[in-house]
Design a protein. Structure first.
Length: 86
């Protein structure tokens, strides 16, 4: 269980033949870096258009925020969050 189980479930979802990615749009991207340039915080607005079992299942006008960390010369997403405004 735990984290490995969660990753396995996420991978299974996106590899499932019922899932179809159609497209996306990212707007108002803002990125801030730490003093050492080894951590970055981002925020933007996201439209993620997809289908599940041939039915639209899109996220439109969603705020997407997250944190990146540079590890061994590569940027890795260490946290992200999606939310709808009022």
């Amino acid at each position: 269980k735990g984290f490995d189980n969660c990753v396995s479930q996420v991978n299974s979802f996106f590899l499932d033949k019922r899932f179809k990615s159609i497209g996306h749009e990212i707007r108002d991207m803002k990125i801030d870096f730490s003093k050492n340039s080894d951590v970055a915080w981002w925020s933007c607005m996201l439209d993620d258009i997809n289908e599940w079992d041939k039915k639209r299942s899109s996220w439109i006008n969603v705020r997407w925020t997250g944190v990146l960390e540079k590890r061994e010369g590569r940027w890795v997403i260490v946290q992200m969050h999606f939310s709808y405004g009022k």
